[in-house]
Ligand binder design. Sequence first.
Ligand code: SF4
Length: 347
Amino acid sequence: MGFNINLNNEFNYREKIKLPELSGGGIVLSYKCTNRCRHCLVAGSPERENKWLGRGEAEEIFKYIKRTGPGAEIHIGGGEPFLNTQCLIDAVELAVAEGIKLSYVETNGFWGNNFNKYEPVLKELYKIGLRSVLISVSPFHAEFIKPQITINAIKSVRNVFGFHGAFVWIPEFLNMLNKNDITKTIDWNTINPDIIKRAGDMYYLIPGGRCGYSKTPVADKKPAADFFITSCERELLSTSHFHIDAYGNYMPGGLCGGIKMCSYKEAGTEINLNDKPLIKLLFNEGIRGLFDYAQKMGYIEKSDGYCGKCHLCVDIRTFLFNKFGAEKYLELAPAEFYETLIKESSL
Ligand code: SF4
């Protein structure tokens, strides 16, 4: 006998949810970045607002995490955190002071050729208590940062933090990039499309944020209906990779960029879904529920398909944001995420 989704909805339809204890996540110091990487889940870019997490807000957030998930492992990222070294130092200092388990700070290593300016910053971070720096290495990053600069950033981190203090994510790409001239950024249009798809797999890419819109797709595109079988309950309830941004938004642990589940202050409380109709649909009916709703609102399925359910989800959410503005769906936040995608799609 087949699974009856209507029967399941009748018994399980939820109007309120409570997140489990926070188990791991990231603090987005800012969405501002040196890059406009094609795979970015939060659509970071140089054009994003120059808004950074303030010291007082950071302190409150770390206190809150300590109360609601005392064992949670936290990383600090962005955007690009080394664009505001004082904010970064403050965040690490406050996390350590609150007794947070700090796993790493994440960077694209744009500063790798500026040893004089950034070595003291690395030393300060180490002195405060940071023990690992994640340096991103991928074709997506190499479109904006010369691989030689990334390599120099890795060397700088190793000089200060020791060999294992540089968490290279992911090292296999160093070999791939080494086949080109590492003193130049890569030309995306010259990369074999199969390599982009393999890179997506190697990087465990989720086609949310800007990722699904990559001109060379990161995955084979399929019609919307191919994704209807999956629900989003697991991703929305997950607290294993949540993000809290500089506006205080809590984003689900399934890496759903552009979805504000709640304010971080509500993360340990019961969350009412009735004022978050899109999350309510995604939670109870999955991407199919969101798609059916969007079609009634005028959404037209893309004829060339989608790289995954999260690409479909972002496309629908961007359509709804564009049509109804920021006020109708409070869960579509930060607004600048959607404004960025809309602006970029018209370029
Ligand atoms: S489809 Fe949407 S809600 Fe579901 S996991 Fe992807 S981004 Fe999150």
